[in-house]
Every structure is written in structure tokens, then in C-alpha cells.
Design a protein around this ligand. Structure first.
Ligand SMILES: Cc1ncc(COP(=O)(O)O)c(C=O)c1O
Length: 440
């Protein structure tokens, strides 16, 4: 029992060490990722993982939960204060089960409808996409963005009036602009729907006042805890004063949807780590951090535009940037692969009105939460844009065929060329040296 991981399982130990080095040596720019604090990881790796505690504080199915009750209540109290809400459930294991729990709490399978942004336009799978359980078990209607890459509230209102959804989801995976929760709430009120604000991406910006809060407007708020909020993987489901007024049963329905509806025992180590992250997120230094995320993203967007990158919606108001690569004649899959070889880790992404399939989309998505945690500032964004440009320049004109077989063959050849590209390997070295100036 006393053996360390290294002694017990050197294979996994070495893999973790290699991953640790990778995380240190690259520009980590996936907008949904971050580096958690040592304190969060300590709670996550604690003996709390040993406990079973089905139920809720003071209402458990197992004995021995006095301390776990306290931990869960601390997490609840901190979340309520930070988001200014009267109710929170901290047990959902991650963002997807949190959203599913809201639907299980409020919708009749097969007859009630979810209205969310289409995945192809930046919505999440769990906002009613047909591939997800949320679109299979419940009816759904998906809205899109306007041609300018912004939310089109008039079109959303028309669709809501026609489709009569029971839940409208506001909150996205790849949207770089401010969300007008007040407009969404007016639409939801008009059609008698609940407004669910899924702030998974922007929660950290919301608590720091860098993005308007949905609390006065939404009925229910869900968020992951591991993106801008910088906690462990996990989620919160919150009910606002407005939601409580509309339906005082919401807290009970949500608690019941989590257990017995969808889960058994909560992950108490995760709950404790969420509590730690919430404490960190209420500090002045976190507020400065969140403000720096947005400053960095705006400067990076401007720098990228100087290299003729075409940004969806023309820029950003938050932590992320979506680049349409069509003018660079390179596909998002090739670009993301080349960028990783060159030391910049981000993800391929569809762009609004994309004609390409999801595996070979026309864009890439990147963000500043993780590099800002490392201490990078506005002055560093110019260098990052320069490296991105150098890398993309190397793979320019690697467009994918619209024919499936040809595409598979092309992809294999592109990968081989990219992995052996000297300029990319030199860039990766430069980035490694640069990153080591920002120790984790
Ligand atoms: C808006 C939004 N909601 C929900 C989720 C799901 O979170 P998880 O991956 O933890 O299930 C994500 C994850 O990317 C997201 O972006």
C-alpha cells in the first residue's frame, strides 16, 4: 500500500512523466483546456476517492459521510456565492452528464423539445444534436448563426415561435462573441420555454466580470469546472432566483435527475477539488487572470489578422478565436496536425456554413486560457501569431479532395510530409525554449 506510483507501475508513471513534459514544452491553445493548480490536484488525488456517498448532504444511503457532507456543502456554498444563485448541484461527473440531467429533470422523452445551436455552427453535442443521446431521446431543433458569424436573435426567435421548444440552450463551444442572455430570456419567455445557459466555456470570465452573467436571465445554468474556471474535470448545475420563481420544484427535479436518475455515488475527491477551484476563482488574482485571458485573445486576434488570417465574426470578445482557413488553401485537419508538429496544440473545427465533413473541417479553434495561466501576456501574442503563420505557410495549398477515397490517401501523404518538415521541427524547438520561460 505504501509503494509510490513509480514503484508500483513504472509504465503508467513514465507515460504521465512524458505527458507532463509535453504539456510544458508546447503552446497549449485548446480553448477548453487549462492547467489546474497544485492545490486542486492535491484534493483530486486525495483519499476522498475511497468513499461512497450516494445521496446528498444529511441524506445519504451509506454511513461515514459526516465529513463528506461538509465538503459538499462547502463546494455548494462557494458556487452559490460566486455565481449568485440560490441552488447548486455539484455532483454531475462532467459537462455532458450535467446537461443530460437538466433534460431528464424537465423533459418528457420522445415528446418535449430542446432548441440549441447546431454543432456545425459551434453548439455542443449535448444541445440536442442527433448523434447525441440528447437528440435521440428528446426532440430537438437546431439553430444556426448569421452569415456574419454572429447569433441572429431575430431568426432564433422565429424558430422558437415555430418549434415551441421546452428548453432553449444559450451557451456554446466555438463562439467568440458576447452572448446576450437578456435577448435569449425574452425569446424563452415569449414561447414559455426554460432558458438553460451552458456557460462551460466562459464560466471563468463570468465570475470575473469579463462576460455578462446569465444569472439574472436564465432559469438554469450549467458549467464544466475544468475550462476557464481552471478546476478539475466536473460540472455544476445551478438554478437561479428566476428559475425558482418559475418552478420551485427545479432543485428537487435536478437532484433527482442526478441520483437516482443518472448516477450513483458522486466523486467526492472531485467535489473537494471543485471547492478548491471555486475558492481560487473568488480571489483578486483570478480576476486579473481572467481579464488577461481576454486581453491576450484580443491582441492575438489582431496579430493573426495582420497575417491575413480570416477570423469568423472578424475577431473575439472572449477567450477563443475561430479561424476559417479557406483563404490559406489548407484544411483544418492538416493545419492542426502541422501546428502540433510545430509546437502549437489546438483543434480542427468546423466554420459556419462549412461544406467539409467534421473530420476534415475548414477551420481551427484556439484560445488563451492555458497560456495565460503560464503567465504569457500581450507582448507574447505577436510571437505566437508569427509561429502560427510560419507553420501554416509550410502547409499552404494542402487542400483535401471532396472524394472520400482520395482524401484518405492524401491525408496519409500529408502526415508523412508534415512530420518530416524541417522548418516545423525547428519551430517546435524555438517554442520549447520560449515555453520554458513560463514554468508551470
Ligand atoms: C458548451 C459545452 N457544454 C458542455 C460540454 C461538455 O463537457 P464535458 O466534455 O465535460 O462532458 C462542453 C465541452 O466541451 C462544452 O463546450
Amino acid at each position: 500500500m505504501l509503494r509510490t506510483l513509480r514503484q508500483e507501475d513504472s509504465h503508467i508513471y513514465n507515460l504521465i512523466k512524458r505527458e507532463e513534459k509535453r504539456q510544458v514544452d508546447v503552446l497549449e491553445m485548446i480553448p477548453s483546456e487549462n492547467y489546474t493548480s497544485k492545490a486542486v490536484m492535491e484534493a483530486l488525488g486525495s483519499i476522498l476517492t475511497n468513499k461512497y456517498s450516494e445521496g446528498y448532504p444529511k441524506r445519504r444511503y451509506y454511513q461515514g459521510n459526516t465529513i463528506i457532507d461538509e465538503i459538499e456543502q462547502v463546494a455548494q456554498g462557494r458556487a452559490k456565492k460566486l455565481f449568485a444563485v440560490p441552488f447548486v448541484n455539484v455532483q454531475a461527473l462532467s459537462g455532458s452528464p450535467a446537461n443530460l440531467a437538466v433534460y431528464v429533470a424537465l423533459l418528457k422523452p420522445g415528446s418535449d423539445k430542446i432548441m440549441g445551436l447546431s454543432l456545425a455552427f459551434g453548439g455542443h453535442l449535448t444541445h440536442g444534436q442527433p448523434q447525441s443521446a440528447t437528440g435521440k431521446f428528446f426532440l430537438s431543433t437546431l439553430y444556426t448563426l448569421g452569415k456574419d458569424g454572429y447569433l441572429d436573435y431575430d431568426a432564433i426567435e422565429k424558430q422558437a415561435i415555430k418549434e415551441k421548444p421546452k428548453i432553449i440552450v444559450a451557451g456554446f463551444t466555438a463562439y467568440a462573441r458576447i452572448i446576450d442572455f437578456e435577448k435569449f430570456s425574452k425569446i424563452a419567455e415569449k414561447v414559455g420555454a426554460y432558458l438553460l445557459a451552458d456557460i462551460s466555456h466562459i464560466a471563468g470570465l463570468v465570475v470575473a466580470g469579463e462576460h455578462p452573467s446569465p444569472t439574472p436571465y436564465a432559469d438554469i445554468i450549467t458549467t464544466t469546472t475544468h475550462k476557464t474556471l481552471r478546476g478539475p474535470r466536473g460540472a455544476l448545475i445551478m438554478v437561479t432566483e428566476k428559475g425558482l420563481k418559475k418552478n420551485p420544484e427545479l432543485p428537487k427535479l435536478i437532484d433527482m435527475a442526478i441520483i437516482p436518475g443518472l448516477q450513483g455515488g458522486p466523486h467526492d475527491n472531485q467535489t473537494a477539488a471543485i471547492a478548491v477551484a471555486l475558492k481560487e476563482a473568488s480571489t483578486l488574482s483570478y480576476k486579473k487572470y481572467a481579464s488577461q485571458i481576454v486581453k491576450n485573445a484580443k491582441v492575438l486576434a489582431d496579430e493573426l489578422k495582420r497575417y491575413n488570417f480570416d477570423l469568423v465574426s472578424g475577431g473575439t470578445d472572449n477567450h477563443l478565436i475561430l479561424i476559417d482557413l479557406k483563404n490559406k488553401k489548407v484544411n483544418g485537419a492538416v493545419a492542426a496536425f502541422a501546428l502540433e508538429v510545430g509546437g502549437v496544440v489546438l483543434n480542427k473545427n468546423g466554420v459556419p456554413f462549412d461544406r467539409m465533413p467534421p473530420f476534415y473541417p475548414s477551420g481551427i479553434r484556439l484560445g488563451t486560457p492555458a497560456i495565460t495561466t503560464r503567465g504569457m501576456k500581450e507582448k507574447d501574442m505577436g510571437k505566437i501569431a508569427y509561429w502560427i503563420d510560419i507553420i501554416i505557410d509550410e502547409v499552404q495549398d494542402m487542400e483535401m479532395s471532396s472524394n472520400k477515397e482520395e482524401r484518405t490517401e492524401q491525408w496519409k501523404n500529408y502526415k508523412k510530409n508534415v512530420m518530416n518538415n524541417k522548418k516545423l521541427l525547428v519551430t517546435a524547438k524555438e517554442i520549447q525554449t520560449f515555453c520554458r520561460k513560463f514554468p508551470l
